[in-house]
Ligand binder design. Structure first.
Ligand code: GDP
Ligand code: GDP
Length: 436
């Protein structure tokens, strides 16, 4: 089940990043970071009182002129409206109400989504600035004073946020969620249209979901799927500045709700930095991944072109070693069936469970074939392994000493597990626990 998404919207400099860091900074990942993944500080998962959610900071964009600020804020608001369950609209209590605030409020009011209006930089909790009451004029409810710098009132705000999440229990969806992600112009909408086309399934909206309008159910060879965020794909960004940044944001929200991400790359352009970033997000979110190199019709081919290209993709995206690489042409409808076959396999593998007995005998064999790493005469011992989660498959190892863990040995174990059980298309993750 996907986590609720909270989007933080507001003018530059009101304190969005400070607030974002406050919400997400203290959370410690239980799974190690992947080497080679470029990180954007725009998205993070966190929890409050045991309720998990994702936060996106729609800011983090350098605006140059007032015109651009406005158009970016419109785009921000649009992203938030499409993607978020709860929108946090932040204004600056020191500066007071501005025209740009009013403009964005106007857009947000029309969404019908839960909006929390935060007046930031009210550093003295018992001293509201005179201009505070102007914020009532925005027409989006009660302004809440906070200070992100001093961390005042943040707990109450979090209570509010969590209380306004949609009821998760109604969000039951057994179909496979597919997100098509990638840079602008790689061919995402073309693929989406080719897949959905006449395969669209008409369904009545599920009660309690706030985002079904951007998802499109469709049927493919007798099985039902849901294309995530097709509205964001079809509605092209109108602004010229930082389009790529927003495309990352849209990708982030779509990834969160997907079972499988189709990472699209333009075959004529090769793997760019932006491709790496987007692919990294899918990997880190633990989703199934299928890499599609599109526009293959335009690529000049010799005997080994696919093989050579695959090697390039592998070395540029080393963390996606488990993801199949397909060479497709949406234009010519080449290998589109494979896209669905591999996407379905990735979804199934990400939900696979390995029996504990088989896993432990595999690990015992693996340790015999190749001794675990040692340091100063002490050797890593693995007492017991079990799979404790799916989507992605998560394995827990009970060991003697965390300091003896070595990346290369983890990779060795991962390879053995993959050989034995087949987890094509899905990341698998490890956690280590010391036995006391
Ligand atoms: P963003 O552009 O909206 O992401 O804003 P930032 O988080 O980068 O903050 C802009 C500036 O406001 C920084 O210098 C912050 O230190 C400052 N700031 C953020 N929150 C507060 C606050 O609660 N009180 C005060 N006085 N300053 C703050
Ligand atoms: P998006 O921005 O990622 O959604 O990309 P679009 O689907 O809008 O495609 C961008 C451009 O690439 C359009 O002009 C498409 O017609 C073109 N395009 C998409 N797929 C292919 C393909 O397989 N081959 C060729 N030659 N062009 C393609």
């Amino acid at each position: 089940m996907s986590k609720p998404i909270v989007a933080v919207v507001g003018r530059p400099n009101v304190g969005k990043s400070t607030f974002f860091n406050l919400l997400t900074g203290t959370k410690k990942a239980i799974v190690e970071d992947t080497p080679g993944v470029t990180r954007d500080r725009i998205y993070a998962e966190t929890d409050w009182n045991g309720r998990e959610f994702a936060v996106i900071d729609t800011g983090g964009i350098e605006a140059r002129t007032d015109d651009i600020i406005l158009s970016q804020m419109r785009e921000q608001a649009e992203v938030a409206m499409d993607m978020a369950d709860v929108i946090v609209f932040m204004v600056d209590g020191k500066e007071g109400l501005t025209a740009a605030d009013e403009e964005v409020a106007g857009m947000l009011r029309r969404t019908g989504k839960k909006i929390i209006l935060l007046v930031n930089k009210v550093d003295k909790a018992n001293q509201l600035p005179d201009t505070f009451y102007d914020f009532y004029n925005l027409g989006i409810g009660e302004p809440i004073p906070i200070s992100s710098a001093n961390r005042t009132n943040v707990g109450d705000v979090l209570d509010d946020i969590v209380a306004s999440f949609p009821d998760g229990s109604t969000e039951k969806d057994e179909t496979i969620g597919i997100a098509v992600i990638g840079r602008p112009n790689v061919g995402k909408s073309s693929l989406v249209n080719a897949l959905i086309g006449k395969n669209r399934v008409i369904v009545s909206p599920i009660a309690g979901t706030t985002r079904d309008s951007v998802d499109t159910p469709f049927r493919w060879e007798g099985r039902e799927y849901t294309l995530i965020d097709t509205a964001g794909i079809r509605r092209k960004s109108k602004i010229y500045a930082d389009v790529e940044k927003f495309s990352v944001l849209r990708a982030v929200a779509a990834i969160e709700r997907a079972d499988v991400c189709i990472v699209m790359i333009d075959g004529t352009a090769g793997v760019t930095e932006q491709d790496k970033r987007i692919a990294g997000l899918a990997h880190e979110a633990g989703k199934g991944v299928v890499i599609c190199v599109n526009k293959w019709d335009l690529v000049e081919k010799e005997t080994n072109t696919m093989k050579t290209y695959t090697q390039v993709v592998r070395s540029e995206l080393p963390f996606l070693g488990y993801a199949p690489v397909l060479f497709i042409s949406v234009l010519n409808k080449t290998r589109l069936r494979d896209v669905m076959v591999y996407a379905e396999a990735a979804a199934e593998n990400s939900a696979l469970r390995v029996p504990t007995g088989q896993l432990n005998s595999l690990i015992a064999d693996a340790m015999m074939m190749q001794q675990p790493p040692a340091d100063k005469g002490r050797r890593l011992k693995i007492y017991y392994a079990s799979q404790i989660g799916v989507k992605p498959p998560l394995f827990s190892f009970q060991i003697n000493d965390r300091k003896l863990i070595h990346f290369s040995y983890n990779r060795y174990l991962e390879n053995r597990i993959r050989e034995a059980f087949g987890f094509d298309g899905t990341p698998i993750k490890f956690v280590f626990r010391e036995k006391r």
